[in-house]
Design a protein around this ligand. Structure first.
Ligand code: MN
Ligand code: MN
Length: 460
């Protein structure tokens, strides 16, 4: 009677040599992607280069769209929406949405100052970080400065000959008071200051740094306020473990789902359904702003597609949304053996056990969650079952220990059937997050089968 129970087991168990090789090869591509794409701008660029190579056209460059066209929209270099018009768009879309921003440290608008014979840059953290994790590690500086409508790209730290940056922490010898403070209070946000120089010129150390920046980039101190400069860990994405089964890297929330989303979108082949990929920004701070999913830009993109197909009319987009299905491709929390008391074993994801499905997120009684309907979960599970994809249905952690959110509710509000579906992560939001290579590949297979699904959920 064993087959009545859920079969939870490690995905690596039943792989033959060919399948194991596929899992490992896919992860090699993912690791190389992670090492190129630490920021949302880098990821945005990577996605567009890949899409263009596959024949996708920027919607702004065409006036009339034919069926079977492949189109993308570049939203201010920080989010991308893409569509494959393989079928009748009025029947609804198969959408998969991931996000390309990750927690990090941003420079303040006026970051540069001198103190105790050092020059430093002040930061304001972005997203949910544990501040102590960002001290005493190597950091690289990436982003843009905009001056006179010109983009000055800055990328310092990853080249072997580059300097890196770091935030100091107090030596244990003098940290008796700090060590007794609460974890969250021990490192203050205003102490997340990056050391950047120590040699004075004839005016000051700060002036010497400004001189160096001016010689190299042609910028002055005021230009730093029209910049988006981010500090991210210098760590390279690497294979983890004696058995090489896992990956350790910065930014796997949500680059893991982003990579699987992109690759499955490109490789998806069913010619009867319209497929749409979302790569959004600002998820980590609530999907706000005109590059976040809460803006009208995605609606605008689809309306422009309908305009250029010359079929648009009032309420058409709303009707399309109500016939659309979506996976919100975002990561979840895998059980951490060191901190298993926050997980409820029956409903926790285990890394290596396959892609996870989350009916809801939110906190304190599901507040803020898009709670997917039973009909839709059954529909999604059936897709995975018929395509022999190993999945686990889970939630983030025990009731009332915390919570989280994704972009799921935003599309659900438009009328789309949405459920969260992604990769379980350990050490999420840390500078070095851990995933299983099996789950990365499993999410790719899951997303590909979802893009190619013809059926619709059934509400009797
Ligand atoms: Mn996420
Ligand atoms: Mn996150």
């Amino acid at each position: 009677m064993n087959n009545l129970e859920i079969n939870k087991e490690c995905g690596f168990l039943n792989l033959n040599d060919r399948q194991l090789n596929e899992v490992f090869c896919f992860s090699d591509g993912y690791i190389s992607f992670l090492n190129k794409c630490k920021t949302e701008r880098e990821t945005n660029k990577y996605i567009i280069e890949k899409l263009e190579k596959e024949g996708f056209v920027n919607i702004e460059n065409i006036d009339k769209i034919e069926n079977n066209t492949k189109i993308y929209y570049n939203n201010r270099n920080k989010s991308v929406y893409a569509i494959k018009l393989d079928g009748d768009i009025t029947n609804g879309l198969n959408i998969i949405g991931s996000h390309i921003d990750s927690p990090r440290l941003d420079l303040k608008p006026n970051p540069l100052y001198e103190d105790s014979n050092l020059t430093l840059l002040k930061t304001h953290y972005y997203g949910g970080i544990k501040k102590y994790q960002w001290t005493a590690i190597p950091l690289v500086l990436k982003g843009v400065v905009i001056k006179n409508n010109k983009v000055i790209n800055i990328n310092i730290g990853e080249d072997e000959n580059d300097p890196i940056f770091t935030i100091t922490d107090l030596l244990p010898h003098l940290a008796i008071k700090q060590s007794s403070e609460k974890l969250n209070d021990a490192i203050k946000g205003e102490n997340l200051n990056i050391i950047v120089g120590s040699i004075p010129n004839d005016i000051s150390i700060k002036n010497n740094i400004l001189t160096i920046l001016n010689e190299k980039y042609g910028i002055d101190e005021d230009d730093l306020s029209s910049s988006e400069l981010e500090l991210v860990p210098d760590f390279k994405a690497k294979t983890l473990g004696f058995d090489k089964s896992m990956i350790a890297s910065y930014g796997q929330d949500d680059k893991s789902c982003t990579y699987s989303n992109l690759m499955s979108f490109i490789e998806s082949s069913n010619s009867k359904v319209v497929k749409t990929a979302i790569f959004s920004d600002k998820e980590e701070i609530g999907s706000v702003g005109n590059t976040g999913m809460d803006s009208n830009n995605f609606d605008n993109f689809l309306n422009e597609v309908l305009n250029k197909l010359e079929i648009n009319k009032p309420s058409l987009l709303t009707n399309i949304y109500c016939k659309s299905i979506m996976l919100s491709a975002d990561v979840g929390a895998g059980i951490d053996p060191n901190y298993q008391d926050v997980s409820e074993r029956n409903n926790a994801s285990i890394i290596g056990f396959g892609v996870e499905i989350n009916k809801y997120t939110g906190s304190k009684g599901k507040t803020g969650a898009s709670d997917a309907s039973a009909e839709y979960i059954s529909f999604v599970k059936d897709i995975f079952k018929k395509n022999k994809i190993k999945y686990q249905v889970s939630e983030l952690g025990k009731v009332d220990v915390g919570g989280g959110g994704t972009i799921a509710y935003i599309l659900a509000n438009k009328g789309v059937d949405v459920i969260d579906c992604g990769v379980p992560v350990i050490s999420m939001h840390s500078p070095y997050e851990v995933t299983s290579k099996y789950d990365i590949y499993s999410s790719f297979q899951a997303y590909k089968s979802f893009y190619e699904e013809i059926e619709k959920p059934c509400y009797n």
